[in-house]
Design a protein around this ligand. Sequence first.
Ligand code: SIN
Length: 297
Amino acid sequence: MALKIRKLAFALGAEVTGLDLKQKQSDDAIAQIRQAWVDNLVLCFPGQDLGPQEQMAFCSRFGELDDHRSRPHWNRPDFPEVNIVANKPVVIGGKTLQVLIADKWHTDMSFSVRSATASFLLSKTLPPIGGDTMFANMYRAYDALSPSMQAFADTLEGVHDVSLAPDFHRYTPELQAERRRNHPPVVHKVVRLHAESGRKGIFAGGFLRNFIGYTEQESRPLIDFFNTHSTAYEFVYRHAWKQDDLLMWDNRCTMHFAVQDYDCSQLRQLQRCTLFAPVSGRFLDAGQPAAASTGMA
Ligand code: SIN
C-alpha cells in the first residue's frame, strides 16, 4: 500500500490521505507513515474522528506514550495518556481540566530530560475562524546559520525551565510550585543530531533560560536570535485547522506556536498524545532524582 502524500509547504508539512485511522494499520503502513514524518516533520491526517482510545492505539504504534503523570491537570481522568488542549476549563468525568494556551514558540517537553519525540494533536472543537498552529523547521534554521555561528552553537548547552511556560502566569501559586517541583531545570545541547535523519537542528524555544557558563542576561540576546531566526517566514508552515485533522509532528526538529488569532469567547479544544524520547538531557542540579523512566522529575 502506498500512502497518498501531498506537501503542504516548502519548508515542512505534508498531508496524508487515504487512511482510516480507526482501523488498525499494517506494519508496512506504519513504517511508511514514520518515513513520511521523518521526511516532512509535520503530517496532517484529515477527517480522523478518533476517540481517545483510538487515538492512543494509533499513536502507540510509534513509541512509548507519555502518561503525563508529572502534569496531571490537563489529562483526561479515564485516559491519562490523552491531554486536552483547551482555551477554557473543560469538565470531563467530573474533573475540571486546566486551560492550555501555548502561544509561545516551543518544543513539547523540552523542560524534561526525556523531551518528546512525536506529538499528535486532533482537533475536536474549533472557533469559526482562526486558532491556527505554526511550525518551524529547525534543520533549515541550523543550515542557514553561518559556519562560524554553527560551530559556536555546536558547543552550547541550554537550560530549559518549566516556569517559562507560555501560560505559567495563569497557574495558581500552588500549581506553579508543583510544576517547578515536578520539573526542575534540565540541560540539553543547543544543536542536536536527529537519531533518524542524521541531520542537525537548533533546539531552542521558549523554555530556554540561559546557556551553561553564561548568565541569563548574557544569554538572552542569543536566545532571542535563535528563536527569531528559526521562525523566519521561509522556515515556517502555518496550519489552518479543520475539524478532525490529526497532526503528527517531530519535536526533535521543529518548534510550534498556537496563534491566538480567534474569538477567544469561542471554545478551541483539541486532544493530544505525546511520545517519550529516550533520555537526552540531564538535570541542572545533579542532586535531582533521575526518574527519567517515568518522565517525572
Ligand atoms: C501544543 O503546544 O501542544 C498545543 C498547540 C496548539 O494549541 O495548537
